[in-house]
Design a protein around this ligand. Structure first.
Ligand SMILES: [Zn+2]
Length: 137
């Protein structure tokens, strides 16, 4: 096995181990956002897990979504008061999905963000398939 393949395999193993932890953390954050629960969760991780989790979570972030779009899940203001439900702005994949679900015309910005989203998803799927094939070989 080449050093590149070993490195890719190691990254794949790390991702497989950390994805469930990333999902657990996401549940805490998206649940009630209990700060103490987040602190307990992070304190229970090994330093290498915390470092790896940062990279995994960055990898899970859509890169074609604006900062406002990334924060669309936040339902409170800086004082902890509930916000009016707001919608992802045009030019995001979430807005594209909303237009489709409502049967609305889709504007060019939303179409473009959907194309970027699908292209990147296809690239990630192809990379995952290649890694799966190289593991099986
Ligand atoms: Zn739109």
């Amino acid at each position: 096995m080449t050093p590149d393949a070993q490195s890719a395999r190691r990254r794949g193993d790390l991702a497989e181990r950390l994805i469930p932890k990333a999902a657990d953390l996401a549940c805490i954050v998206h649940g009630d956002g209990d700060v103490k629960a987040v602190e307990r969760f992070l304190a229970a991780l090994f330093p290498w897990e915390r470092d790896g989790l940062l990279v995994i979570l960055a990898g899970l972030m859509p890169v074609d979504v604006s900062e406002a779009g990334l924060l669309a899940w936040v339902t409170w203001d800086e004082m902890g008061r509930p916000l009016e439900p707001h919608l992802a702005p045009c030019g995001t994949y979430a807005a594209f999905r909303r237009h489709k679900q409502r049967g609305e015309l889709v504007d060019d910005d939303c179409k473009a963000s959907a194309r970027v989203y699908w292209q990147e998803r296809n690239v990630m799927r192809a990379e995952a398939a290649r890694e799966g094939q190289s593991r099986a070989a």
